[in-house]
Design a binder for this molecule. Structure first.
Ligand SMILES: C[S@@+](CC[C@H](N)C(=O)[O-])C[C@H]1O[C@@H](n2cnc3c(N)ncnc32)[C@H](O)[C@@H]1O
Length: 282
């Protein structure tokens, strides 16, 4: 889309859901979901998103490499979790739908897999609802903020789809770096994991500056200061803390391309700017 007026959607889904865009899209302010869509080569972004994304991408090819590697990790992790028998997924920080969304991957393994998508960006909700109108009730999308885990756990749509008495995969892909220390991301993750039964999983990915030269550190975060959410990259040992009390699956917390790779190694794999891991709740 090129501007607010050009969003072309059928405003009524086949089951009668209202798909009109909400009033608070704020196209003049860069949104992380739409910037990420641009990194991935998507078209669901506005000029302000593209300008900001271009400024981040000007820092080097690793930005796009990391976004693509994150998305590929999401797909391998979801497939692996489904193959472990998980049929329920709580995917927080969904992003704008693109090829290989969580429910599509999970339902290749279990036709009856259920996915609750949650995001705080209205554009994500519009596009997800259009996609999910065809999912026959096995997936839903909820407007929610990760920083309010109690509301997520109590949400009626989430509770209708996800049985918290059965194992759940909690997916936090490329979202925790939008939660700064003041909001205590560790307590948020703990509260969500505590609500899940034994045999549940936490899969997460997180942006890092561990491989960025000191002179360039902070430049990406500076661009995000004009966006709706701030960027807080974290070093590996801080990302590892999110898995406290859980059993990390092999190969542990690694850069995204190195988590159970399914393609030929590339020279950038070990320095890709995303930490990735999957752990089981004992
Ligand atoms: C970089 S995208 C990641 C999308 C997808 N999870 C993936 O890894 O491909 C981050 C997403 O998190 C969402 N997000 C950021 N902060 C959030 C918050 N506090 N609560 C809910 N969603 C949030 C953004 O709107 C965006 O859709």
């Amino acid at each position: 889309m090129t501007d607010h007026q050009n969003i072309s959607l059928d405003w009524m889904s086949s089951d009668g859901a209202d798909l009109r865009p909400p009033a608070d899209l704020r196209p003049e302010i860069p949104h992380p979901a739409r910037m990420y869509d641009y990194y991935l080569g998507g078209k669901d972004n506005f000029p302000a998103d593209r300008d900001a994304a271009e400024r981040v991408m000007a820092l080097g090819p690793m930005v796009k490499i990391s976004a693509l590697a994150n998305r590929a990790f999401l797909q391998r992790a979801v497939r692996h979790l489904a193959e472990q028998g998980v049929k329920q997924f709580l995917d927080i920080g969904t992003g704008i739908p693109t090829a290989g969304n969580t429910h599509e991957i999970a339902q290749q393994v279990h036709l009856d897999a259920r996915v609750a998508y949650l995001d705080n960006d209205p554009i994500v909700l519009v596009h997800s609802r259009a996609l999910l109108a065809a999912s026959h009730g096995t997936a839903t999308v909820v407007h929610a903020d990760l920083r309010d885990p109690a509301a997520i756990l109590a949400d009626p749509e989430v509770r209708q789809l996800i049985d918290l008495g059965q194992p759940v995969a909690l997916l936090l892909f490329a979202i925790l770096h939008f939660v700064d220390e003041a909001d205590d991301p560790y307590a948020i993750v703990r509260q969500l994991v505590d609500a899940l039964p034994s045999g549940s999983y936490l899969a997460l990915s997180h942006g890092t500056s561990d491989f960025v030269p000191p002179a360039d550190q902070g430049k990406g975060a500076a661009v995000y200061r004009s966006a709706t959410a701030q960027l807080t990259t974290r070093p590996r040992e801080q990302v590892l803390r999110f898995f406290d009390g859980l059993e990390l699956l092999e190969p542990g917390l690694v850069t995204a391309p190195l988590w159970r790779p399914d393609q030929e190694p590339r020279s950038t794999d070990a320095t890709t700017g995303i930490w990735a891991g999957v752990a089981r709740k004992p």
